[in-house]
Design a protein around this ligand. Sequence first.
Ligand code: ASP
Length: 428
Amino acid sequence: MKLKLHTKIFIAIALGIATGYFLKDITPVYIAPFGQIFMRLLKLLVIPIVFTSITLGVYSIGDTKHLGTISSKAFIYFISTGFIATTIGLILVNLIKPGVGSSLSTVGLEKAVKETPSITELFVTIAPQNIFESLSNGEILPVIIFAMLLGTALIKIGEKAKPVVAFFDSMSDAVMQITEWIISLTPIGVFALSANIVATMGLSSLVSVVSYFFTVVLGLVIHAFIVLPIVLSVFGGYSPVAMFRNLLPALAIALPTASSAAALPVTIECLTKKVGVPSKIASFIVSLGTTIDMNGTALYQGVAVMFIAQVYGIHLDLVQQGIIVVTAFLASAGAAAVPGAGLVTMVIILNAVGVPIEGLSLILPVDRLLDSCRTPVNLWSNSIATVVVAKAEGEPLVPHLEGTDEDPFVGISKEEIEMLEKKLERVH
Ligand code: ASP
């Protein structure tokens, strides 16, 4: 029997957890390297995909006015869902108060993070100064800006753009082909990654911050399973259950890798092939949103800052909590889509509301585990953005039949299936 990819991935995760638990000593030495290789291969694709798909996406959107409407709709979605996510986190942390009366001591805490990016620094470094440097350093935001400029310039120069566009077109197909090869290695990669997480994680560290941990998880669950599905149904007209099934392979990669960037290639595949979001919208928005639209990270940062303040006995009033909502959006947007990035940019929020950054070491023990919870939420929100924007643009969703080992028809009606089948018959 041929198993579906996501079934294989979940079996691999379960086997990985068991292996990491029973073979604690050999896992980090002999099994972990396979996970590292898999992560490297996934990361290898990020810059080529972002560069080619944003350039082509902008070019194929055709005119700068249309590009403006797609981007502004995406940004309205990013900002509003980000604000809602952080607000949910803040409401829960105010109700549960995980840090009040905590036995955690703040005496003698070491500085957890040495490099503290300020908001201005963040803005300045987004401007590209040397595209080759940005490409080779994997700096996604400057690459996005350059690709948007390039795509817009290609529209402007008309006929002369053809050779460059043809080059990007072939390049994008070739990168997608490599993506498919790497995707087939996913079960091995997630097996090794899950085994290593379990083998190297001390469960005892969880106990001291258990109520903080569950406050974040509860917030993520509410946002991912209630708020975003409502947004998807109401503004995207698409079934959340079907969306979840279609995105399972991508979500299953985000979980053990804790990197939305690593899951980016598979996310685009799932959205274009299974959900049927037009490629120009899916690639463009996912590439853009992977670093900017981080609902899970924003929610977690809001809760974490409040938790640290509670442990220190610092009272943050409503105005300060409003500042947290705004800065959490900026801090999450500024976080790279890699493991632990949200922890580093949280310094921006701590500084903005005057909570000691040394407090970060209080939440360190569970950060990797929480990263595996917030990253799939980032990806989930970002994927929903593509459907919502496609709907707002009046673009129909057309799933592709080729190149997927799974039922591509999840989420579309019987009539639509019949219509597609008729179309295919005509083609053949
Ligand atoms: N790991 C997260 C991501 O890749 C970012 C973070 O919150 O650290 O989406």
